[in-house]
Design a binder for this molecule. Structure first.
Ligand SMILES: [Zn+2]
Length: 92
């Protein structure tokens, strides 16, 4: 089973890229059993949503948002993402 640290890393990576099948399976297994990581994932998704909602209005999205591991339509700058992930990790 993945460690909580590995899960946090994968959840953070899932913001930038689609994870492989086995990574997603291991992640779901861990999330089903670990309240801490489930909470981290929930906070991460909530934060992503808030950031998207706070973004200035732009042209309508071409495709509907995909749950829950797809990156946002317009990703944040790397530096901002790192800062957000660091803050969320501090809460674990
Ligand atoms: Zn965990």
């Amino acid at each position: 089973m993945l460690s909580c640290r590995e899960v946090a890393r994968l959840l953070s990576e899932s913001v930038d890229r689609k994870l492989g099948l086995w990574q997603r399976i291991h992640l779901r297994l861990h999330l089903a059993m670990c309240r801490l990581c489930s909470g981290f994932r929930r906070d991460l998704l909530r934060f992503e949503r808030l950031v998207r909602e706070a973004a200035p209005p732009g042209p309508p999205e071409q495709t509907p948002p995909e749950p829950p591991y797809s990156p946002p339509a317009e990703p944040l700058p790397r530096e901002a993402r790192d800062r957000i992930v660091r803050r969320l990790r501090e809460r674990l």
